[in-house]
Design a protein around this ligand. Structure first.
Ligand code: AMP
Length: 252
């Protein structure tokens, strides 16, 4: 499952921030932390989602929901989804011809963290420290130059993705190092040791890496033929989704 899908499932129970506030109010009374400065960070509620596995090919939550824990994830949102549709449709037609479980990824994005869990009372300090970290980074131009295949850690889904080019990789890697260092400070899991920045566009059920790699030349040819449709995109913000809120951080 993609990281955003995890959050959608994980954060979709009936629990609201009020529930968590009640639960953590005792803790907050005892521990008076300074109010973090989140001015300059836009916070937008994401859509409510009712988890129905039949609607997303039987995907299920891979870690148990715990009250007061908020699934959190840092990523770059792809700004121009319309340009993607044509290329996705072409690749989908090929993948579906040998694996009928193929679906198009919703919420296309480039992950800058794995999904990690924040306790409710940590969200403010984490998101404001993240603002300090990200505000020193410059906007950059994003380009893709390859098709890649990834399997999730649970080996329950395989993803067909567009791989970023070397220049985009360098920018993303620089931002990632700062995010990883922050995650380390908060004793949270860091990203992959050898990060491979990509945008998942299709996925199939199970570990189908071998099958997809057998058909790789077809996929790569289609990508090369249609690559011109994807324009260079200016990336000027990074998002952090925690539970049902999305924090948006502007780059310089
Ligand atoms: P995403 O679309 O970002 O959710 O990524 C799809 C899958 O790629 C995730 O489930 C990751 O576990 C997997 N993945 C495997 N190896 C890597 C890597 N080196 N860097 C980033 N993602 C990876």
């Amino acid at each position: 499952m993609s990281a955003l899908a995890y959050i959608r499932d994980y954060g979709s129970e009936e629990e609201t921030s009020e529930d968590s506030e009640k639960e953590d109010s005792e803790h907050c009374k005892k521990l008076k932390l300074p109010t973090p400065n989140l001015s300059g960070v836009s916070v937008v509620p994401s859509e409510d989602h009712i988890d129905d596995p039949s609607l997303h090919s039987g995907r299920t939550r891979s870690f148990p929901h715990v009250r007061g824990n908020w699934a959190t994830f840092i990523y770059v949102e792809y700004p121009n989804k319309e340009n993607l549709f044509q290329i996705i449709a072409k690749l989908e037609a090929i993948v579906t011809s040998f694996d009928e479980s193929c679906i198009v990824c919703e919420d296309v994005h480039i992950s800058l963290s794995k999904t990690f869990v924040l306790r409710y009372h940590m969200i403010k300090s984490f998101t404001s420290t993240l603002q300090n970290v990200l505000s020193n980074n410059n906007s950059f131009v994003l380009n893709f130059d390859s098709v890649e295949v990834y399997c999730n850690e649970e080996k329950t889904r395989t993803f067909i993705a567009l791989g970023v080019d070397a220049i985009s990789h360098a920018y993303l890697n620089n931002i990632l190092k700062q995010i990883d260092s922050l995650l380390d400070d908060f004793k949270l899991p860091t990203f992959y040791e050898n990060p491979s920045f990509h945008m998942s566009i299709l996925s199939v059920i199970g570990n189908k890496k071998e099958l997809l790699l057998k058909n790789f030349n077809n996929l790569y040819d289609i990508f090369i033929q249609h690559k011109y449709i994807l324009k260079s995109e200016n990336i000027n913000k990074v998002n952090c989704k925690s539970g049902n809120k999305i924090y948006q951080y502007c780059l310089k």
